[in-house]
Write a protein that binds this ligand. Structure first.
Ligand code: SAM
Ligand code: SF4
Length: 472
């Protein structure tokens, strides 16, 4: 395959984000009645994906009292469908060279304050060793957009990651956050057995998009907007969408995320695997204070509204957010969080005081993986490193969790227990193990008696005897 970045080609592409219609819905649904809001929450609890008019109504239900009902609805949905497990992952920054000029990002090409760095393959191996030795099993690998980081490079770096094994551990699922590729590029990256390919549109509002992305391949809105269509056409089943909250009105962006979801459903019969909604964080050499931002209250509302609107989609919350807010929002139905994250390029293995200079932005949750896990258990969550579905070819598993009655009980909870136990056997501090084992016992107590429970108990014993990587 030809090396380098793909040719940006937007011939024949049009936008599937109807900007005027979004503004109209947000206008038409102002001051909704309590009855209407409750009706919509109920529709979601009955396992329906919401329509744009319904989402706009929830967005306009902005009194503290109505917001509380929406939070309660989201909590109930999360408990009813997904239970109390939280999947953990770590971001791995592979390189911060970039030819784009995104105004909010520390990696943009015009930023002279950031120290540029690309991991060599041996350095990548060192990063993996450090991550595996802390207990990680799932990664999101992040790349700037640069001719060096073409599809072949992404493919090769993913293969390098999967080939590493340290003690009892290895990385079992690699997701990607990188620039949109062409069909051939996506096919090549898929052949390295990636999990989800994420592309955030940043802002779905075209005029704002243009201002924020003045040059480079990313300046072409439509090439990016259709990126995940090309990924699907090339055979990548799991795709992740997202918007960078704070560039434009969060109400518009949240609606646009729903329209993007509906577009993918209509074209490929399956919506996005995950939705991300990062808020802009301060970044080195970058004027981020100028953005309008999203208040904590509105941020909580947007997460709860997304949970209700797309009940079968995974929601990701990152260490950009503070511990307090993360603890609260997890209960609204976030299914994955990162933990023990370091976003300096090379920072996991070679911690230097200067690593922040190679970072894209600043994190607000600096807890170690072990500490996050301990605190999750204390709050009655069960941490999970499960990669079972993906390894058994059950792609779109989030949809199955949602759509197949009993799926979470049959597969997800037992797999969470098994992967968590592996973590405790191999990596956790004694304190976390003590608290974690109690959580495992609580989970067993909650399981109905029967074959499933007996099989799980048997596998728990096998892991205690040294077996690894067992899943249902
Ligand atoms: N270069 C690829 C791209 O732009 O799609 C992927 C990597 S980029 C580093 C990953 C994401 O980081 C972006 O999509 C953007 O949403 C987010 N990001 C950029 N600057 C940020 C900031 N200051 N605060 C929070 N998130 C930021
Ligand atoms: Fe480059 Fe991505 Fe940062 Fe934009 S967001 S400057 S494309 S790394």
């Amino acid at each position: 395959m030809k090396r380098g970045l793909p040719k940006v080609d937007i011939e024949g592409l049009t936008s599937f984000i109807p900007e005027d219609e979004i503004f109209q819905w947000l206008e038409k649904t102002k001051n909704p009645s309590k009855e209407r809001v409750r009706e919509i929450i109920q529709r979601s609890l009955d396992k329906n994906r919401l329509e744009p008019e319904e989402m706009a109504t929830l967005i306009n239900a902005n009194s503290p009292e109505m917001a509380e009902e929406i939070f309660e609805g989201a909590r109930a949905l999360k408990e009813k469908i997904y239970g109390n497990r939280i999947v953990l992952f770590a971001p791995l920054y592979v390189g911060n060279e970039c030819i784009n000029n995104c105004q909010y990002c520390g990696f943009r090409c015009t930023n002279s304050e950031v120290a540029r760095k690309t991991l060599s393959m041996p350095e990548l191996e060192q990063e993996i060793e450090a991550l595996v030795n802390r207990g990680h099993k799932r990664l999101i690998m992040v790349y700037g957009e640069h001719p060096q980081y073409d599809a072949q490079f992404i493919h090769d770096s993913v293969q390098t990651v999967y080939a590493q094994k340290y003690g009892n551990g290895e990385i079992r699922r690699v997701n990607i956050n990188a620039a949109p590729l062409d069909h051939d590029g996506f096919k090549l990256v898929k052949s390295a057995e990636i999990g989800t390919y994420q592309i955030f549109q940043e802002t779905y509002h075209q005029e704002t998009y243009k201002k924020q992305h003045p040059s480079g391949p990313k300046s072409e809105y439509l090439w990016r907007l259709h990126g995940l269509d090309r990924a699907q056409e090339a055979g990548i089943d799991d795709v992740g969408i997202g918007a960078l909250m704070g560039l434009f009105d969060w109400r518009f962006e949240t609606m646009a995320l729903l329209y993007h979801t509906i577009h993918l459903e209509e074209r490929f019969n399956v919506g996005p695997h995950t939705i991300s909604f990062p808020r802009i964080e301060p970044a080195i050499g970058t004027e981020t204070a100028k953005y309008q931002g999203v208040s904590d209250f509105d941020f909580k509302r947007l997460v709860a509204i997304l949970r209700l609107a797309v009940p079968y989609t995974g929601l990701i919350l990152t260490c950009r957010e503070s511990v307090e807010l993360r603890n609260e929002i997890i209960k609204f139905g976030v299914s994955q969080i990162d933990a023990g994250s370091d976003i300096g390029v090379g920072a996991y293995s070679a911690k230097d005081d200067e690593s922040y200079k190679k970072s894209q932005f600043v994190l607000n949750d600096g807890r170690s993986l072990d500490q996050v896990i301990r605190e999750l258990c204390e709050a009655d969550f069960i941490p999970s490193f499960c990669t079972g579905c993906y390894r058994l070819g059950r792609t779109g598993e989030h949809f199955m969790e949602f759509a197949i009655p009993g799926f979470v009980k049959r597969f997800c909870t037992p797999n969470a227990v098994l992967t968590f136990l592996e973590y405790m056997e191999d990596y956790s501090s004694p304190e976390t193990k003590k608290i974690g084992m109690k959580q495992v016992e609580r989970e067993l107590d909650r399981m109905p008696e029967g074959d499933q429970k007996l099989q799980l108990i048997e596998r728990i014993e096998q892991i205690k005897q040294g077996a690894r990587d067992l899943y249902f």
